[in-house]
Design a protein around this ligand. Structure first.
Ligand code: ADP
Ligand code: MG
Length: 400
């Protein structure tokens, strides 16, 4: 990795200094209750390292989609409380973000103290990457750390703009791990290298397929995305989720990819998601006109399993079926289990994508993957080969 990280900082650059740390605390809330604190836990290593080295920590994050103005239901106050529990030390919270009170709060910190400021998206300049806001963010710290991989594909004031005004600007440990795993998979994968792509829409993933095709030894397709390919092959797709305006694109991909693109041979179909009792397996050329494909079929699950077990690097994005509703989770479960087995056998396994990560988490297999990315959209853009603005803005590592 060619970006500086907090591990490259000299002790004198850290101790007694205010570390302005952009994190991704965009957690799901039920009222003021945090229903999943994975994203908070993910940045603990960075925070603990900075605390240990005597930094004074100032945290910036967004939460939800407030409309560029304060909105109590998107306050980060509940996150401060949860973070304090997880760190086992007090976390101060400031109801302002770039206010005089916020600046004063940063200056009142002692070494090892932690302060969380209010939601960056309460400010109109945040998503516009307004230089004036970036400058006022820069006053809140003595150096900048970006550990918000999940937001690194956005050029916002707190994720990118601020780094123009505040140096050192370095990656946190989570950011470093994400870039290391995803980067190594794309740059020097142990082969065979396969990608497994699924999920609801081909439209959101077409660029990933295009970018990965020349790099991988094979792409295995599942999810509703497969149905658009079936349509392109002239097959009956019944009431499956098909994107009619992407059929031509799918046709062209099939032609160009040749044997490197594998589509499901069979499917689990049912009259609707709400009718799981009537789920049954059919060959892909026998999808009933009145039913929808809701999962890959058992033969496909078996052959994908074999492909995974014979690969050395596997990148997976997108569930194989409607995994939220059993029995349409069988294909997704089969892929997740095979990936866990492959990891144990020495393969590098990477899961990217919000729903795929949730599926793996739900099965209790997250710890059995080499890496589960915390960034859905960001990991997709990385796999597309795009430069992430939040990463590009960080200091280059010079020398050795
Ligand atoms: P990720 O977040 O991992 O990138 P996506 O957001 O692209 O994944 O897709 C996840 C969604 O795709 C899930 O909600 C799942 O129910 C849906 N899905 C998967 N297969 C099908 C299918 N055959 N028909 C309808 N929806 C599907
Ligand atoms: Mg998703």
């Amino acid at each position: 990795m060619n970006k500086r990280t907090i591990r490259d900082l000299a002790p004198a650059e850290v101790r007694g200094k205010r570390a302005l740390v952009r994190v991704d605390f965009n957690v799901p809330l039920d009222g003021a209750r945090i229903t999943d604190d994975t994203r908070i836990r993910a940045v603990l290593p960075t925070l603990r390292a900075l605390i240990k080295d005597g930094a004074r920590i100032v945290l910036l994050s967004h939460l939800g989609r407030p409309k560029a103005k304060p909105d109590a239901k998107y306050s980060l106050a509940p996150v401060a409380a949860r973070l304090a529990e997880l760190l086992g030390k007090p976390v101060a919270f400031c109801a302002g973000t770039d206010t005089d009170a916020a600046l004063a709060a940063t200056k009142a910190l002692a070494d090892g103290d932690v302060l969380l400021l209010e939601n960056t998206r309460f400010l109109p300049g945040e998503e516009k990457n307004d230089p004036a806001l970036s400058k006022s963010f820069a006053r809140l710290g003595d150096f900048y750390v970006n550990d918000a991989f999940g937001t690194a594909h956005r050029a916002h004031a707190s994720t990118a703009g601020v780094a123009a005004f505040l140096h050192p600007a370095v990656a946190g440990l989570l950011m470093e791990a994400e870039l290391k795993w995803l980067g190594a998979a794309l740059e020097k994968p142990a082969r065979p290298f396969i990608a497994i792509l699924g999920g609801s829409k081909i439209s959101g993933k077409i660029d990933v397929i295009e970018a990965m095709l020349p790099k991988v030894d094979g792409i295995l397709v599942g999810g509703a995305m497969a149905c658009t390919f079936f349509k392109a092959m002239g097959l009956e797709t019944g009431t499956s989720l098909v994107e009619p305006d992407r059929v031509d694109m799918a046709k062209s991909l099939i032609e160009r990819a040749a044997f490197r693109l594998t589509l499901p041979h069979d499917a689990i179909v049912a009259p609707s998601i709400g009718d799981p009792a009537r789920a049954h397996a059919v060959k892909r050329d026998a999808i009933p006109a009145t039913e929808a494909m809701l999962d890959i079929g058992p033969d496909t699950a078996q052959s994908y399993r074999r492909a995974i077990l014979s690969a050395k690097t596997i990148v997976w994005n997108g569930p194989m079926g409607v995994f939220e509703t059993p029995p349409f989770d069988m294909g997704t479960n089969a892929v997740a289990s095979a990936m866990a087995e492959a990891t144990a056998a020495g393969a590098t396994t990477i899961v990217g994508g919000g729903d795929s990560a949730a599926a793996v988490e739900q099965m209790g297999l997250a710890a059995k993957m080499s890496h589960v990315s915390t960034g859905g959209g960001a990991s997709l853009e990385f796999l597309e080969g795009k430069e992430l603005p939040g990463v590009a803005a960080l200091d280059e590592r010079t020398g050795t």
